[in-house]
Design a protein around this ligand. Structure first.
Ligand SMILES: O=C(O)C1=C[C@@H](OP(=O)(O)O)[C@@H](O)[C@H](O)C1
Ligand SMILES: C=C(OP(=O)(O)O)C(=O)O
Length: 411
């Protein structure tokens, strides 16, 4: 069955940034419509960029010189992308005072490696509450650019923010990276910067970003590979077939690699030129997998893991502890509540086979907790959620979408 998923959150956020920074009007086709991307677009409008949104086509009027508003208060809501990318964008403005705040959940998440780097580059930036967290205020006076050292071992979003800001500085940036997670997201950034006219080069662990700015683009946003993980996992679990169009061999998003985990567990997987198909075979074997590059799909795997015929061990995912919630803890606690044996360490989780009992899943306001355990709920009737609407962050219609999928599969 063909199952279309909404547009990519990561690609939509980058496209919004790059379009706002570019000279001219950009057209973004099939953007994701969700709380994160709505918040990002609204933030740009609040900063004074021209943002015109029709359902499947957003038009952004770029301002290479920065926001047209001399001062603004920006709400980044729950979005890591907005909270990390937008203060960097504002820092490059010729002048202006911009305050960035976020939800309590996003206020808890770190931004220090990025704000330290911006300060080292001469930006006047103050944390208005806890040091290293939102809220923060940028008093922009243009950025000269130059050399900077960045630790991206808690989040690649810090690096993406600096990379995308580089062309807006007078002399460009040379970013030396001392640690990195979620590398495929950096590849998305570099590919999209190329689509907006900028080529970043690498010298070992240093990224060299030229000055000169971006040019506007007509940009089609691919479907969200992390959202697709729920469809693929559901097919593997239910013994059905799902084909997600728009995500194939040329896809930008690393999270499509989740299908290789399902393949290793026994599902049939076909990655075509422009679509990916997963067929459940009725067999799911245990697996040990390093998910450092694709950690947004860790909860998807953790939730279905009890149905495998051996232990599922997921390694190298420390930074899932600083996402919408502490995901290693939240997965372990929910699985244990279902009666499943689970062990965890600082950066790993191991889940043993079992028959999950129907319980109310504690979502911790985390869309991925709700969506992952909804997939596992295919085999655990009676599963409920304390906060089902938290899916709005990236997939507002998820529960209706998933109910439709189940009824077309008859499961
Ligand atoms: O750059 C991006 O769009 C993202 C990068 C990843 O974050 P980290 O780099 O913090 O792992 C990912 O988890 C997040 O959902 C989106
Ligand atoms: C970690 C996530 O989001 P972000 O960092 O963009 O808020 C996510 O969507 O799983």
């Amino acid at each position: 069955m063909i199952v279309a998923v909404p547009g990519s959150k990561s690609v939509t956020a980058r496209a919004l940034f790059l379009a706002a920074a570019a000279e001219g009007e950009s057209v973004l086709r099939r953007p994701l419509l969700s709380d994160d991307t709505d918040g990002f677009a609204q933030a740009l409008a609040d900063l004074g960029y021209g943002v015109h949104r029709a359902a499947d086509e957003w038009r952004i009027t770029g301002r290479p010189q920065g926001p047209s508003e001399p001062a603004a208060e920006v709400d980044c809501r729950d979005a890591g992308t907005a909270a990390r990318f937008l203060p960097a964008l504002a820092s490059a403005a010729a002048a202006g005072t911009y305050r960035f705040d976020a939800s309590p959940q996003m206020r808890r998440r770190p931004v220090a490696p990025l704000t330290d780097a911006l300060r080292a580059l001469g930006v006047d930036l103050t944390h208005d509450g806890a040091e290293g967290h939102l809220p923060l205020t940028v008093r922009a006076a243009g950025m000269k650019g130059g050399d900077v050292v960045l630790d991206a071992s808690l989040s690649s979003q810090f690096l993406t923010a600096l990379l995308m800001t580089g062309p807006l500085t007078a002399g460009g940036l040379r970013i030396k990276v001392t640690g990195i997670v979620s590398v495929p997201y950096v590849e998305i950034t570099l590919a999209m910067m190329r689509s907006f006219g900028v080529d970043v080069t690498r010298e070992g662990d240093t990224f060299v970003v030229p000055p000169g700015g971006y040019r506007a683009a007509d940009y089609a946003i691919e479907p969200d590979a992390s959202a697709a993980s729920y469809v693929f996992a559901a097919a593997a679990l239910a013994g059905r077939t799902a084909t997600v169009p728009g995500l194939g061999k040329g896809a930008l998003q690393g999270d499509l690699q989740f299908v290789e985990v399902l393949r290793a567990m026994g599902a049939d997987v076909e990655v075509g030129a422009n679509a990916t198909t997963v067929t459940g075979t009725g067999r799911l074997s245990g697996v040990t997998v390093n998910m450092r590059d694709i950690s947004d799909t860790m909860p998807t795997l953790a939730a279905i893991a009890p149905f495998a015929d051996g232990p599922v061990r997921i390694e190298d995912v420390y930074n899932t502890r600083v996402k919408e919630c502490d995901r290693l803890d939240a997965c372990a606690t929910n699985l244990r509540a279902q009666g499943i044996a689970v062990e965890t360490g600082t950066d790993w989780i191991e889940i043993h086979p079992g028959t999950p009992a129907p319980v109310q899943i504690a979502c911790h306001g985390d869309h991925r907790m709700a969506m992952s355990f909804a997939v596992a709920g295919l085999r655990t009737p009676g599963t409920t959620f304390d906060d089902p609407s938290c899916v709005k962050k990236t997939f507002p219609g998820f529960h209706e979408f998933f109910a439709d999928l189940r009824s077309s599969w008859g499961v």
